[in-house]
Design a protein around this ligand. Structure first.
Ligand SMILES: C[S@@+](CC[C@H](N)C(=O)[O-])C[C@H]1O[C@@H](n2cnc3c(N)ncnc32)[C@H](O)[C@@H]1O
Length: 320
């Protein structure tokens, strides 16, 4: 089955990578047919794709491709469609085509609140006639933005980026995910919402109390929080399936006086003790990452605008 996903172009490489890793996490095989502008067309091994699409933070909509062909072929195909209930046709930059197709499809047109949304666009010499399967819930992400959380600190990355990081780590429902520098819990919330059991740690007691409030406010129930220095975590915890984290850089988020390099060196030693082999570490770093740190191999790096006036590197490492 072919699907088309609209990506958030502001994060193009990360958005495409997120899709690939989310499909891996859900055990769906795929081939990229084409990737152009904000759209990527994929051949996927399973039709029940909505659950996987709904994990994505940096995608906008997902469509099933019903017909690819010339305009005549697409018009002919529309003649054969019968919709039980309401529908609407949207054709990119082409209101006339919307009307023509709408008149051919058998069903009740509703422009306001259609039960089925058909979408037509051209790619190369072909027209793609698609049916919308999923659209991102921007309101839900907005409500999880740091300023809207019960506990607020201006150091948290955007929930859509946090969600993409969870997907890069190929987290599955039931996995145990650790954020050793959890702050307000932004990453833990996104991991919890995809069904992971989450563990958060922070050096500050007041922040851990705030993270608890936030996790509860967004309905994450399977969580454990610990307070202390990252260096002692391997004495407190068992092995985890993924580590996803945004460590402090010594600007708005404190390193408690320690240099960032020393803190990261200590942290990587602990990550190595806690992460199972072949599992993923996704970490936001302040500069270009190194290829290999202890037994972590760099797989991907995405340069993104994360905090106000700050560009960061989202790095995917695999534990060897
Ligand atoms: C960039 S913030 C994390 C933001 C987080 N992702 C969120 O959603 O709010 C980094 C956090 O690391 C914590 N931290 C600093 N030094 C630490 C250490 N040695 N061990 C554990 N946590 C530490 C800080 O208190 C801060 O909350």
């Amino acid at each position: 089955m072919q699907i088309v996903i609209e990506k958030n172009l502001a994060y193009n490489t990360l958005a495409l990578s997120e899709i690939a890793h989310a499909l891996n996490a859900e055990g769906i095989k795929f081939d990229v047919i084409w990737d152009e502008g904000r759209r990527v067309c994929l051949d996927v091994s399973r039709a029940d794709i909505v659950h996987t699409a709904s994990r994505l933070g940096l995608a906008r909509r997902c469509f099933a491709v019903l017909k690819i062909g010339t305009l005549e072929e697409v018009l002919g195909f529309a003649d054969s469609i019968r919709v039980d209930g309401t529908f609407c046709v949207r054709a990119e930059h082409n209101p006339e085509l919307e009307k023509t197709l709408g008149a051919k499809i058998n069903g009740i047109v509703s422009l306001e609140n259609p039960g089925v949304l058909f979408f037509v666009f051209s790619h190369g010499s072909n027209f793609y006639f698609c049916k919308k399967l999923w659209e991102i819930d921007n309101r839900a992400y907005f409500l999880r933005e740091v300023k809207n959380r019960p506990f607020f600190m201006p150091v948290s990355i955007h929930p859509k980026i946090a969600r993409a990081m969870v997907n890069l780590a190929e987290v599955r429902a039931g996995d145990c995910v650790l954020d050793p520098f959890c702050g307000t819990g932004g990453i833990l919330i996104e991991a919890g919402l995809v069904g992971a059991n989450v563990i958060g740690n922070d050096i500050r007691k007041d922040i851990i109390a705030g993270a608890r409030k936030n996790l509860l406010a967004y309905g994450v129930q399977k969580f454990e929080l610990t307070c202390g220095d990252v260096g002692v975590l391997s004495q407190k915890l068992k092995c985890v399936d993924a580590i996803i984290t945004d460590p402090p850089y010594g600007r708005s988020a404190t390193t408690m006086g320690e240099s960032c390099d020393t803190l990261l060196q200590r942290a990587f030693k602990v990550f190595s003790e806690l992460l199972s082999t072949n599992k993923h570490l996704v970490i936001v770093l302040p500069g270009q990452p190194v290829e290999q740190i202890s037994n972590f191999q760099l797989i991907e790096v995405h340069q993104v605008y994360v905090h106000k006036s700050l560009t960061r590197y989202i790095c995917l490492y695999r534990k060897e």
